[in-house]
Design a protein around this ligand. Sequence first.
Ligand SMILES: [Zn+2]
Ligand SMILES: [Zn+2]
Length: 373
Amino acid sequence: MRRDPYEVLGVARGTEDGEIKRTFRKLARELHPDVNRHDPEAEEKFKEAAEAYEILSDPERRATYDRYGFEGLDSRGFSSQAHGFGSFADIFDAFFGGDPFGGSFGRGPGRVQGGDLAVEVEISLEDAARGVEAEVAYELVDTCEHCHGNGAEPGTPIETCERCGGAGRLRAVTRTAFGQLVREQACDVCGGDGKVPTQPCVECQGRGRRAVRKSLKIDVPAGIADEQRIRLSGRGNAGERGGPPGDLYVLVRVAEDERFLRDGSDLVTVVDIPAPAAALGSSVNVPTLEGDEEIEVPAGTQPGTVVTLRGRGMPAIGRGRRGDQRVVLNVVIPRNLSERQRELLEELRDSITEHNLEEPDESLLAKVRRAFR
Ligand SMILES: [Zn+2]
Ligand SMILES: [Zn+2]
């Protein structure tokens, strides 16, 4: 099924071209594999978005689609090229003339937005329940402090680039699947600055940016699930020539806890209870997120009985109500009996009658269900 291109990009029918382009760029950045390593569908989603953009960015195709839908496009021989590309890089190159993270995503002439980064942080289940301030350390490309980003050794002159005459851009003609594309490229000598330092900065060798290690404290909200991402706007790589920085994506991993299984916002715990204690009724210790808690188990408790502790599970992000904790009572038959225990059990066994096995008014079907749960 082909989805409506307006729906794919999430724009209204009458949206103007510039807005469509901005929307697609934003979407493309979000779906880029460097950011989306954990979403196997990202590439398909991206191709779908590229196909939608292909239609909506071309006035003739867009008009045809608006009037006659996909059938109209097919009958006029407008076929998509988006699926013919080998990789993301090819697609970006065809649409934007370069990788969005390295190249042409500037927000003004010559400016280039910095690339996005991804980093992982692992927290415990308790911290996921309460919310926590976690520290992440990562490497990023930051503005060089020595030259403040202009690439020149402080106090030395900067001259106009001879190759581009100071424009910072060069025109290039390339053939792509969409036909001939005339595009502007950053000048390869000055890198788009239009100016070259006579004496490059000794710290960054004239690049104006350098790799640094940073650590950052982030607020992980209570109730976060394993593999959820937190986006920190502007914490990615520094932009070039005054462009804005990229974003930092923190992938949160919630460590497994051997006491609890997580089921949405519910927690599941299995507690062993010896068969005689289950028969007599007893109290058992149950681990909860708030520490151990004693719960009463009534006489005649059967294997697999579930006790629900209301509101003792995980919080839901942004909402007050917590899930429940389900305690599964695992009735254990004693093993490795001593002489004395064996005698007692033999005596007990011989005293058992049908009356000890029945549950009041239980049907055969209910009994089978109980046996197999
Ligand atoms: Zn520098
Ligand atoms: Zn130049």
